[in-house]
Design a binder for this molecule. Structure first.
Ligand SMILES: [Zn+2]
Length: 198
């Protein structure tokens, strides 16, 4: 009885392992189908593998708008949004940022906790299911800049991925050449041995 139980137990675990791996494939396929249907607006911030790096600054960390921000702080005129008019104008911070939109996924100010913020910089990069993103918002209450950035631990840019793939191919090619030489060497050294044996 005992060996039988052991045997069936083994069988079961082997079976469940293969079922689990098959199930995993199915789940991935379903996930991809779901992903096509659902709203992907904030997919960059889902299923995160590590912490989001955050930083609060008096000045924008992203290069975009940095020059304008300096002018606003100095009370110098900045360019009027082309959709509103043209030329330069001295603006308050609120006027300058009035056309920016909030990031609904990350509305809170990291400095004062207000959710009255506007995003001026956002980027996301996906490569083979791995992702990274950057977001920077300005708080309408305290005017601090909130930086958030994230990358999957094993994220590679398409360029880095191609470089690795190429290096692997070169290494594999070198290994194959080495194997071929080894086989040639064995063939030639085997021949005299046979002759000697005969
Ligand atoms: Zn704030």
């Amino acid at each position: 009885m005992a060996p039988k139980t052991k045997k069936s137990g083994k069988k079961k675990s082997a079976k469940s392992a293969s079922a689990a791996s098959a199930g995993k494939d199915v789940v991935v396929a379903e996930k991809e189908d779901e992903a096509e249907k659902k709203d992907m607006t904030h997919a960059y911030a889902e299923d995160l593998k590590t912490d989001i790096y955050t930083d609060v600054n008096a000045n924008p960390k992203a290069l975009v708008h940095s020059a304008e921000w300096r002018k606003i702080m100095n009370g110098d005129p900045v360019e009027i949004n082309p959709s509103v008019g043209h030329g330069l104008k001295i603006m308050t911070v609120d006027e300058w940022i009035s056309r920016w939109k909030a990031n609904e996924r990350f509305p809170d100010c990291l400095s004062c906790g207000s959710t009255n913020t506007k995003e001026h910089h956002f980027s996301q990069t996906w490569c083979r299911g791995k992702k990274k993103f950057e977001s920077e918002t300005i708080c309408c209450e305290c005017h601090m800049w909130n930086w958030r950035s994230y990358a999957d631990p094993d994220f590679l840019t398409p360029e880095e991925y191609d470089k690795l793939k190429w290096e692997k191919m070169v290494a594999e090619h070198a290994r194959q050449l080495g194997d071929a030489r080894l086989e040639d060497g064995e063939a030639t050294s085997a021949q005299p041995r046979e002759v000697a044996a005969a």
